[in-house]
Design a binder for this molecule. Structure first.
Ligand SMILES: [Zn+2]
Length: 297
C-alpha cells in the first residue's frame, strides 16, 4: 500500500507530463473505482489545463483552469503509467515490443488521460480501491476526504510543539497515535515503525509521554519529529533516484524498493551501531510492528 513518500514520488513523476498541459481526451474504461466517477467527469476534464499538481497526505491534487480540483488517491494497488504517445504509435507497428507486453494488464487501465504534452497518463488499479473526484477549489476546505486530516509531516508547521499538543493525555501507544491521520497525516505502518526506530522510542510507549501534563513538548517529541521527517525525506530521495533510473518502457510510477531498517526484519540484528538487540515483531491494533526492544525505550 503506497504511503506518503510513494505518493510524492508519483506526483514528481506525473508533474512533467501533466503540469501546464491540457487534457485533449479522457478515456474512462471503468468508472466504478472505490466510488463511482462523477457522470460529467470527461466533460469537466477535456479541454482544461492542469495549472498545478500538488499533494495533501496521500492525495494528489491537480488544479484545473476551470476552477475544479481533481483529487486522486492510489488506494491499495493503484499506479500511474506515463507513455510517450508518439513513440508508442511508432513502436506499436513492430511486433514483440512493450506495447504487446502491456496489453496483458491493460484490462486494469481504468482511466486514460491524453495530454497536450504528447503523453498518455493511465491509471491502473487491479483492486479498484483507488479513487478520483472533482471538487471546486472553493469547496476544498469543506471536502470531507481532506478537512479532518492532521498536519502535513514535512510542512514547517509540524514540529515538536504541535506533536506534543496532539499527544497530550493520550493513553494509546505511540504506534497508534502516529498511525492516526488526525495526529499527523499520511503515515502508515511502515514509516511509523521506521520513524520510531530512528527516534529510539518504543512503539508500546504511551503517546502522552512525549508531552508534559500541560502539553509542552519534551526531548522525546523533538526526537520523534526529527525521525519522522528524516525517514520521509530519505524515502522520497530514494523514490526520486529510482524515478531517475527508471528506464522501464511502461513508465510505471508507484512501486519502489526502499531499504527499511526494522520493518519486515524480524529476527535480524538491530542495525544501530553498538546495539546487540534483535528486531522483534509484535501485533498492535491488528498490524505488525517491528522494533528493537534493546535500543527503543
Ligand atoms: Zn537496537
Amino acid at each position: 500500500m503506497p504511503e506518503l513518500p510513494e505518493v510524492e514520488t508519483v506526483r514528481r513523476g506525473l508533474e512533467p507530463a501533466m503540469e501546464g498541459a491540457r487534457f485533449t481526451k479522457v478515456d474512462v474504461h471503468r468508472g466504478d473505482l472505490r466510488w463511482p466517477l462523477p457522470k460529467d467527469f470527461k466533460a469537466r476534464l477535456e479541454g482544461k489545463t492542469v495549472t498545478g499538481l500538488g499533494r495533501r497526505a496521500k492525495y494528489l491534487l491537480a488544479d484545473l483552469s476551470s476552477g475544479d480540483v481533481l483529487l486522486m488517491h492510489l488506494g491499495m494497488s493503484g499506479s500511474f503509467h506515463v507513455f510517450d504517445e508518439k513513440a508508442r504509435a511508432g513502436e506499436g507497428k513492430a511486433p514483440g515490443n512493450y506495447y504487446h507486453e502491456r496489453s496483458q494488464h491493460v484490462a486494469h487501465d481504468h482511466v486514460v488521460f491524453h495530454m497536450s504534452s504528447g503523453t498518455a497518463v493511465t491509471f491502473n488499479d487491479p483492486r479498484r480501491f483507488g479513487s478520483m473526484k472533482l471538487v471546486p477549489r472553493g469547496e476544498l476546505d469543506a471536502e470531507p476526504l481532506l478537512n479532518r486530516l492532521g498536519p502535513e509531516p514535512l510542512g514547517n508547521e509540524f514540529d515538536a510543539a504541535m506533536l506534543a499538543r496532539a499527544c497530550k493525555g493520550k493513553k494509546t501507544s505511540l504506534k497508534a497515535a502516529l498511525s492516526d491521520q488526525h495526529v499527523v497525516a499520511g503515515l502508515g505502518n511502515i514509516y511509523v515503525c521506521e520513524a520510531l526506530y530512528r527516534a529510539r522510542l518504543s512503539p508500546k510507549r504511551a503517546a502522552s509521554t512525549v508531552a508534559s501534563k500541560s502539553g509542552a513538548p519534551n526531548e522525546r517529541a523533538e526526537r520523534l519529529v526529527t525521525g519522522i521527517k528524516a525517514v520521509l525525506n530519505d524515502a522520497i530521495k530514494a523514490g526520486g533516484s529510482s524515478l531517475r533510473d527508471h528506464k522501464r518502457p511502461d513508465g510505471e510510477l508507484g512501486m519502489f524498493q526502499h531499504h527499511f531498517r526494522v520493518y519486515d526484519r524480524e529476527g535480524e540484528k538491530c542495525p544501530t551501531p553498538g546495539c546487540r538487540g534483535t528486531v522483534k515483531r509484535i501485533v498492535q491494533s491488528g498490524r505488525s510492528t517491528f522494533y528493537c526492544p534493546a535500543c527503543q525505550k
